[in-house]
Design a protein around this ligand. Structure first.
Ligand code: ADP
Ligand code: MG
Length: 247
């Protein structure tokens, strides 16, 4: 479903990603762990060309883009299509504050998918119901809890029928009592077969839901495996150290 090949990225002299190779299969849930500054967010951003990689190739479904290509119209179209087929959920919820929950979910359906209003509304209502917010459609983000806002963010991403969902620390900005409701929605999606890449420090989620756990440090994939392998018998010293601090 996703292939990243030889992805490298530097900011000035700081080499943040160093030849990252990653394949994610359909319906696979990959959790990425790693210390702050190890390049996790940059990797997700590069995967959607929110950040242009210096080198490498990204394939998502049928869309394949080489890093460092000339900015032709065709390339721009490919990047736009790749992004449209990717659901991105950020730590900060990034909802439109002047739109209701329902309007936030409808936005992409109307502006990007050019869906008729009635149809967009029906679909958006269904998605809000799916994330447990059927009752909150007419609420503005300021009247929703962080957990509810993040669930609206997930519903909004799902509206675009993404091939894959990317999550960058989706629960890190939440009060502890609100973390679970977001993880539960993510778990349900995983169970339904959604392909997901999740950067998180929620080890319980990683153990329970991940098919594969990847440990990153210094812009490299240091180690990867099934959760039970990584958590109970990590091979690399750096992984061991990280897990002993975080758990
Ligand atoms: P993580 O998500 O694992 O904490 P990041 O991908 O955010 O790590 O950052 C990796 C490194 O890249 C850090 O040293 C960070 O300071 C640097 N970095 C990230 N984005 C930028 C940017 N836009 N400009 C300069 N440096 C950046
Ligand atoms: Mg980050």
């Amino acid at each position: 479903m996703i292939t990243l090949k030889g992805i490298s990225k530097s900011f000035g002299l700081n080499r943040v990603l160093d030849q990252i190779n990653l394949n994610v299969n359909k319906s696979e849930v990959v959790v990425i762990l790693g210390p702050s500054g190890s390049g996790k967010s940059t990797l997700l951003r590069c995967a959607t060309f929110l950040e242009e990689p210096d080198e490498g190739m990204i394939r998502m479904g049928d869309y394949e883009i080489q890093a460092g290509g000339k900015t032709t119209k065709q390339r721009k179209d490919q990047i736009r299509l790749l992004r449209q087929h990717t659901g991105f959920v950020f730590q900060q919820f990034n909802l439109f504050p002047h739109k209701t929950a329902l309007q936030n979910v409808m936005e992409g359906l109307i502006t990007i998918k050019k869906m008729p209003l009635v149809e967009a509304k029906r679909l958006a209502e269904g998605l809000l119901e799916k994330v447990g917010l059927a009752e909150k459609g007419d609420h503005y983000p300021s009247r929703l809890s962080g957990g509810q806002q993040q669930r609206v963010g997930i519903a909004r991403a799902l509206a675009m029928e993404p091939l894959v969902m990317l999550y960058d620390e989706p629960t890190s900005a939440l009060d502890p009592e609100l973390v679970r409701e977001v993880l539960t929605v993510m778990k349900d999606l995983a169970r339904e077969g959604m392909t997901m890449v999740v950067v998180t420090h929620e080890m319980g989620f990683a153990r329970e839901v991940a098919d594969r756990v990847i440990f990153m440090d210094g812009g490299k994939i240091i180690e990867q495996g099934k959760p039970e392998e990584i958590f109970t018998m990590p091979k690399e010293e750096r992984t061991r150290k990280f897990l002993s601090i975080i758990e």
